[in-house]
Ligand binder design. Structure first.
Ligand SMILES: [Zn+2]
Length: 248
């Protein structure tokens, strides 16, 4: 969990564990959902992407066959798959790799890599282009122009793009914040760095307890990264790692 120290007014009373309002896009800037699509594509384009991703899976199946793994259920349970004489589903042959390499512009080996990302979008785009259509306009929802949402009023999108988050007010107090969400306070406000260090090293905090000198060093540095790896200590919380790193 990423944490940082913020200097806020002593009477700052924003609730703990609640994201500071200045960090969140205000409701008035949220657009309406498009009534005609979910992601900015027409239904035809959504279907094309389904078929293109199934084609992509045929390439992955070559690797699965070589590793002795079964056919992916989405392919195995197709309603009208190619069958052999015994009416068993036949798995794709290796020439599918040539077809996919031609469609994606990648090497034949790419389909065999277990950690590659899917190529469905590239395959779909190539098919659209083969049809003589512009892949930048065909399949784009005309209602929302591909945004997936529509402005509540003219200029709302530009306003949302210009919007910038603003931090809490500054002051004399010391407070611990988490930075994993957009950012929320996770301690009371203290009048001194020592007060916050004492709170952080209170054994009553259970597994979030940190030694007093570590807490003080963390406050002095102001910020600790989420989970830092230390070879001697294993994975420790960022707050503790700063104490061990002993950066001068
Ligand atoms: Zn739309």
């Amino acid at each position: 969990m990423g944490r940082e120290v913020r200097r806020v007014p002593l009477d700052f009373d924003w609730p703990q564990n609640k994201v500071w309002e200045g960090f969140l896009t205000p409701d008035r800037l949220h657009e309406d959902r498009c009534p005609d699509c979910t992601r900015g594509y027409t239904a035809a384009a959504e279907w094309l992407q389904v078929f293109a991703s199934r084609m992509d899976m045929l390439g992955s199946d070559i690797a699965d066959q070589r590793r002795g793994r079964p056919l992916h259920p989405w392919l195995a349970q197709d309603s009208y798959p190619p069958n052999d004489a015994q009416y068993q589903v036949v798995r794709p042959s290796e020439d599918i790799l040539d077809l996919l390499a031609g469609l994606t512009g990648e090497s034949k080996d790419r389909s065999l890599h277990p950690l590659r990302g899917g190529d469905g979008y590239r395959i779909a785009r190539k098919i659209v282009e083969a049809a003589g259509l512009d892949s930048k306009t065909w399949g784009v929802c005309p209602t929302c122009n591909g945004h997936g949402s529509i402005e509540k009023y003219e200029g709302q999108r530009a306003e949302a793009e210009a919007w910038e988050p603003s931090g809490p007010p500054e002051g004399e107090g010391w407070q611990l914040w988490e930075t994993v969400s957009e950012g929320s306070p996770i301690s009371p406000v203290f009048g001194s760095a020592d007060g916050l260090a004492e709170w952080m090293s209170d054994p009553a905090r259970g597994d979030r307890w940190v030694p007093g000198d570590v807490a003080r060093k963390f406050i002095d540095e102001g910020w600790a990264p989420t989970g830092v790896m230390s070879f001697s200590q294993g994975l420790q919380s960022g707050v503790e790692a700063i104490g061990w790193n002993d950066k001068a």
